[in-house]
Design a protein around this ligand. Structure first.
Ligand SMILES: *Cc1c(COP(=O)(O)O)cnc(C)c1O
Length: 483
């Protein structure tokens, strides 16, 4: 039993447990390759192992660490394993974890500048740094008419951009009096599902989204975009928002921003650019071509939590006209009014996002950028993209396989030249082994295996070993299918 005069953890006890937690995390990283990458527990298995009721009296913190080992770890899919090649990466690094811990330690709530000035000012500052680091347009900087803000995810960033566009095109009428069902949104057939989700949440309705056809490399076809817009205008609809993708989820396709931007410009349509995965690559001069035409964008987002060594959650949204965003999301009840806010001297980031409250996320990003420096981040990204090219070449050389889309950055899409069913079985066998984790997509209606390289500690050797393992499993499966 606790024989203390307070129910809280004392400073000494906090230190003692804190060191243990850091040790626990360090051991986890040291041993991470010994776990099956994909968790093997059955639905409900973890809950069955937990007590039905919460404890009446407090427990020793040690018990929690014991249960982390015994109960939680078996139910974890190891996103930080260097053999995790599924989805897109979800980076974690030492400096980001520690930066996030500092944020937890401060425990501030940065909804307004005045509710903790450092939270707002560090965020604006670091996001301005990133404009330079990624060579984004100057109009996205806080000292021009635009600015950047950290959101939880790209889904939220897209939603906020869409709401700003919706208000801009209706002169604020939709916020006031609701919908007339005439607004249209355009994105490619290969765009992320979060666009359709945003359209639903914003009340525009999924029947008002036009999925534009793609070319042979899975990038949006601008001729088809123009056709769709013209058709809608003829039908007295209002084209309001185009979302272009730089690095689609299925195949890392790059939509042609110059052509799309010109169309948006001509018709006065808001252009949002979703570069959630790929945007970070632009920190390397040789990959800046992915952003050709970015000057046309009204808003842009990318996720440092995918490729920029920063723990989830961290998605950067930039707008070129911050007034449009703020007008669409501002609320000002009496209890949130402060003199400095009304003076326009500061940003109140509550007006740039859906929730009111916000964490001090800039700390982890600041910590990462300072620890690695631009050179460190560049060499990290170059390493991963080189590994992807290396893998893509290996696959191309083996004519039993085919690469299904250009390997532009860190994603390799391939299939064994056999039925969809065979490839599905193969993926299943690979993931069941626990050696690695991959997911699939469909390209041109063919079952395609996605090999996404981006976990912090993944090296070329991990990629080579994974490829050898894929070959071994493919040959095994061929043999069992023959008999
Ligand atoms: C990952 C991804 C998203 C969704 O990201 P969240 O941050 O999880 O919302 C959207 N678009 C693209 C292109 C992505 O790669």
């Amino acid at each position: 039993m606790n024989n203390k005069d307070t129910i809280h953890m004392s400073i000494n006890e906090f230190k003692e447990n804190g060191y243990k937690v850091i040790d626990w995390i360090a051991d986890y990283y040291e041993n991470i390759e010994s776990y099956p990458v994909l968790s093997t527990i059955k639905p409900g298995e973890l809950r069955k192992s937990l007590p039905k009721n919460p404890p009446k009296d407090g427990e020793n913190f040690n018990n929690i660490l014991t249960d982390m080992d015994d109960k939680i770890i078996p139910g974890v899919t190891h996103w930080q394993s260097p053999n995790f090649f599924a989805y897109f990466p979800c980076n974690a690094t030492g400096p980001a974890i520690l930066g996030d811990l500092l944020s937890s330690g401060l425990g501030i709530q940065g909804m307004l500048w005045a509710s903790s000035p450092a939270c707002t000012e560090l965020e604006s500052h670091v996001l301005d740094w990133l404009v330079d680091m990624l060579h984004l347009p100057e109009k996205f900087k806080s000292d021009s008419f635009g600015g950047g803000v950290i959101q939880d995810t790209a889904s939220s960033a897209t939603l906020c951009a869409l709401i700003a566009a919706r208000e801009k095109i209706s002169n604020g009428k939709i916020n006031e009096s609701g919908f007339d069902n005439s607004i249209r949104v355009y994105t490619s057939m290969e765009a992320h599902s979060s666009i359709e989700k945003a359209v639903k949440i914003a009340g525009i309705g999924s029947k008002n989204i036009r999925l534009i056809e793609v070319d042979q490399d899975f990038a949006m076809n601008p001729i088809k975009l123009r056709e769709a817009i013209n058709k809608d205008i003829k039908n007295r609809k209002i084209p309001a928002f185009v979302c272009a993708t730089i690095g689609t989820t299925s195949s890392s396709a790059i939509d042609p921003l110059n052509e799309i931007g010109e169309i948006c410009n001509e018709f006065g349509i808001w252009l949002h650019v979703d570069a959630a995965m790929a945007g970070s690559a632009s920190i390397c001069p040789e990959y800046r071509f992915i952003h050709d035409g970015i000057d046309y964008a009204d808003s842009y987002c990318f996720n440092p939590h995918k490729f920029l060594l920063t723990n989830f959650d961290c998605s950067c949204l930039y707008v070129s006209d911050r007034e449009a965003l703020i007008k669409s999301l501002t609320i000002n009840p009496e209890y949130l009014k402060t003199e400095v806010s009304q003076s326009d001297a500061v940003f109140d980031y509550r007006d740039w996002q859906v929730p009111l409250g916000r964490r001090f996320r800039a700390l982890k990003l600041w910590s990462v950028i300072r620890y690695y420096g631009i050179n460190g981040i560049q060499s990290h990204i170059r390493g991963h993209i080189k590994s992807a090219k290396f893998l893509s070449d290996l696959i191309t050389e083996d004519n039993r396989f085919e690469v299904m889309a250009p390997t532009v950055l860190n994603l390799v899409c391939f299939r064994y030249r056999e039925s969809n069913q065979f490839n599905k079985l193969l993926l299943n066998e690979l993931n069941k082994s626990g050696e690695l984790y991959l997911v699939h997509t469909k390209l041109n209606n063919k079952y395609t295996i996605r090999f996404s390289i981006g976990q912090t500690n993944t090296t070329k050797d991990h990629v080579l070993n994974a490829w050898k393992f894929i070959l071994k499993k493919t040959e095994e499966l061929e043999r069992t299918m023959v008999k």
